[in-house]
Ligand binder design. Sequence first.
Ligand SMILES: NC(=O)C1=CN([C@@H]2O[C@H](COP(=O)(O)OP(=O)(O)OC[C@H]3O[C@@H](n4cnc5c(N)ncnc54)[C@H](O)[C@@H]3O)[C@@H](O)[C@H]2O)C=CC1
Ligand SMILES: CC(=O)C(=O)O
Ligand SMILES: [Mg+2]
Length: 371
Amino acid sequence: MLIGVPKEIKNHEYRIGLTPAGARELVGHGHQVIVQRDGGRAIGLTDELYEKAGASIVDTAEEIFARADMIIKVKEPQPVECAMLRPGQLLFTYLHLAPDPEQTAGLVKSGCTAIAYETVTDKRGGLPLLAPMSEVAGRMSIQAGAHALEKAQGGAGILLGGVPGVKPANVLVIGGGVVGINAARMAMGMNARVTILDRSLERLKYLDELYGDRVTTLYSTADAIEDCLRYADLVIGAVLIPGAAAPKLVSRTQLALMKPGSVLVDVAIDQGGCFETSRATTHQNPTYEVDGIIHYCVANMPGGVARTSTFALTNATLPFAVQLANKGTQALLDDPHLLNGLNVHAGKVTYEAVARDLGYDYVPAATALEG
Ligand SMILES: NC(=O)C1=CN([C@@H]2O[C@H](COP(=O)(O)OP(=O)(O)OC[C@H]3O[C@@H](n4cnc5c(N)ncnc54)[C@H](O)[C@@H]3O)[C@@H](O)[C@H]2O)C=CC1
Ligand SMILES: CC(=O)C(=O)O
Ligand SMILES: [Mg+2]
C-alpha cells in the first residue's frame, strides 16, 4: 500500500502523523511511504531521517492526497484537506466529528473511509489511541492553568503550591479518566489541593486507592460541581462520553459562584467543551475572559509539545497502521476494536453518537463496509 503523511496545517500544529521509526516499520512490511517535505522539520524529524527510514519526500500535500491509498495524520482534516480526499481512500487521524458538522459533511461528501483515533477501543474498555494525547494534555493542563493564574495573564495571582505560611490553591478536576488522572498527578506534584469528580464509582475507588488522602474524590452531580466551584482556583474539564459532544457541566450563570481571576481549562473542548462559555482557542491566543473567569480552551494542546507527542502518538497508532496497510478495510472487519474507530465510510456515518448528535442516518460500521 502507498501511505501518505502530509504536513499538519492547523494553527501551531507541529506534530506529524508518523515518526521515521514508524515509516521504517511500514516499509519493512513491504509498503511505500511518502512524507511531505519539511513535515517534521520543526521538531527535528528531518527529511533525511525519513529518507534513511526508506520513505520518499514529496513537495506538496496535493501530491500526497492524490497518490496515497492511506493518509496518516494527526489533526482532523481542514476544509482544504477534506476537499482532496476521495472514495476508497483510507484516512487515519483524530476526527472529533460530533461538534464539527462542517468536517463531517466534508468527509461524507468525499466518499473516503475515515477512521478516528479517538474512538478505537481496547480490551479493557479504554481508548488506546486517545490515551497518549490525553496523558500529554492532562499533564499540560496544569502548567497551562498555573500560567493563566498569573496576574499578567489575567489570573488571580495565585501560585498553585503556595509557600510556607501561605495556603496552596484548590484544583478541581471534572472527569477522572486519562486526562484527569494526569492532571491530578501534576497538581499534586506542585502541592496543590486536588479534588476529582467522576460519574464512575469504580474509577473514583481506583483513584482513592491510588492516592489515598492526597486527593478528595467526589461523585459528579450538579450539586457537587456547584459546591466545588465556590472554592476552586483552577478547574480542569476532562470528561468524555466517547464520540459524543461533551456534556455542559458548568453554565455561564455558575461562573458567578467562582472567585474572580479563577481559571477554567477545558481539555474536552475537542468534543465541544464541557463549560457553556467555552469556545476553541489556539496556541497563539490560548485564553480569553468571561465574567472575570479566565478560559483556556486549546483544542490541540499536545501540539504545544509536538516532539514528545509525535513519538507518543506513533507508539500507539503504529500497530493499527500496519494492520490497515497490510489488509486495507479487511483489517477493520478482523478487529472489532479498530472497527469502533470507523466514523465515516463511502458517504455513510458509521458511529452512532456522531450520527445522533449531527442528525445523520446511522449505518453500523460492519454493514457499511459489507454493503
Ligand atoms: N484539548 C486537547 O488537546 C485534548 C483533548 N482531549 C480530550 O479530553 C477529554 C477527556 O479524555 P480522556 O481523559 O482520555 O477520556 P476518559 O474516557 O479516559 O475519561 C473521561 C472520564 O469522564 C468521566 N465522565 C463522564 N461524564 C462525566 C460527568 N458528567 N462528570 C464527571 N465525569 C464524567 C468518565 O467516567 C471518565 O472517567 C476528551 O474529550 C478528549 O478528546 C484529549 C487529548 C487532547
Ligand atoms: C486528541 C487531540 O485532539 C489532540 O491530540 O490534538
Ligand atoms: Mg475540531
